[in-house]
Ligand binder design. Structure first.
Ligand SMILES: [Zn+2]
Length: 201
């Protein structure tokens, strides 16, 4: 069975659904990328087997991986790549990680000039979460992807227009147009709906 080595952001596979990592970008050779076909089930491993990696679950490839310049990533990818989750749980960021998980780090990665294979997949199964998830009294703005601290120390300080500290999402005063998307995460009773941000961003 083929495998995908997730590397730095593997903990985000274990995130709550709306922060879960559902796409990964790999620097694969063309010949390697071609082995991955739509519908194929592959092993998810935390890091390369040669570096002591172990299986953390199984994923199903949703479409053949395609090469794309990192510059074409959108704000959706900040969430879907697992950066938003890693930013909230910085204790899970591996020391070897060379890019920042805040929006500045993401944008720097985006501007690196590289092209990578984009892999969309569905998570079929995961081992039991191998770490304890800390409770975080913080949130990430769905528009600018900044955390509370970043909003207040910025050159143009902003505050929350709406914030949910339980689910760690909010919309800041600079991102009013994202309010409907935040509202879309809640049902009629105001209950948080478990689901991906996919349709919300
Ligand atoms: Zn914002």
């Amino acid at each position: 069975m083929l495998h995908i080595s997730y590397g730095w952001t593997w903990p985000a596979l274990f995130a709550p659904t709306h922060f879960q990592k559902i796409v990964t970008r790999r620097s694969w050779k063309d010949s390697h990328a071609k082995k991955f076909k739509k519908g194929m089930v592959v092993k998810a491993i935390d890091k390369d087997f040669r570096a002591g990696g172990k299986e953390i679950g199984k994923v199903k490839i949703l479409e053949a991986p395609y090469k794309q310049p990192l510059s074409e990533m959108t704000i959706k990818d900040y969430f879907h790549e697992g950066f938003a989750f890693m930013n909230l749980h910085s204790e899970l960021v591996p020391k070897s990680m060379k890019i920042g998980v805040d929006i500045a780090g993401f944008n720097q990665w985006k501007k690196s000039g590289e092209s990578m294979y984009v892999v969309h997949y569905e998570i079929l199964e995961l081992i039991e979460r191998p770490f304890k998830l800390k409770e975080v009294e913080d949130a990430i703005c769905l528009g600018c992807c900044q955390r509370q601290e970043e909003l207040t120390t910025d050159l143009f300080p902003r505050n929350w227009m709406a914030v949910d500290y339980t689910h760690n999402v909010g919309v800041c005063s600079g991102c009013k147009e994202y309010l409907p998307r935040l509202e879309g995460l809640y049902g009629e009773e105001g209950m948080f709906l478990e689901g991906r941000l996919t349709t919300q961003l």
